[in-house]
Design a protein around this ligand. Sequence first.
Ligand code: AP5
Ligand code: MG
Length: 213
Amino acid sequence: MNLILFGAPGAGKGTQSAKLVEELGYKHISTGDLFRYAMKNETALGVEAKKYVDAGKLVPDSIVIGMVDEAFGALAGASFILDGFPRTAPQAEALDNLLESHSLDIGKVIFLEVPKELLLGRLTGRRVCKNCGATYHVEAKPPVKDGVCDVCSSDQVVQRKDDMPEVIEERLEVYENSTAPVKSFYLAQGKLIELDGTGEADDVFARIKGVLS
Ligand code: AP5
Ligand code: MG
């Protein structure tokens, strides 16, 4: 069953997606990861996206929608998780059209509910591997060796530019104004499932698995 993982910045979408990929073989489509990959490689898309991503603003809908269209084209029959898309009402409507044109559907939209005080701690403490994208947290999930990625051994475990406090504030505001309202779109479609996103990551994962059957 194809899924959307929905929630505020820091709600744990990437963390839970990684578990779904590892344990259940899902294909992970994260628009944020696709932008960061393009930015790292300084492609035309990356140069354009950087203006928005580093400032905590949304990349224009037309760019994001084209990118998801391409990702759907490369699925080759795999079940997928959408993480970070859709994030605006026009993106949600465009997604329905994309699904139809690729003969795909979404089974459930899982909303991870996490209070703002916890989001701030998760975002300011997050560290990511610049090489492979693995995600850590200075308290909840530090790498075994300080600054070194457990997965690929790169010494480039760094803080995301958009995890600086002033950019976090902007991202949370953008989320409240543009993204949170998208919940009602999926509530109306009868697909929205709200889950408690607090507690240990493994406990959140158990809650997700509990609603998949
Ligand atoms: P994106 O990368 O999608 O960022 P986001 O939505 O802000 O979400 P995050 O990645 O910050 O949080 P997450 O929910 O994945 O949390 P994580 O699992 O890492 O987007 C980045 C930017 O790209 C946007 O600002 C925008 O510019 C652009 N963009 C992307 N999609 C777009 C779109 N559709 N339209 C327009 N623009 C778009 O967890 C966070 C931290 O908490 C980690 O350190 C983790 O280890 C820790 N943690 C996770 N779970 C737990 C737990 N249960 N307990 C303790 N710690 C935990
Ligand atoms: Mg993420």
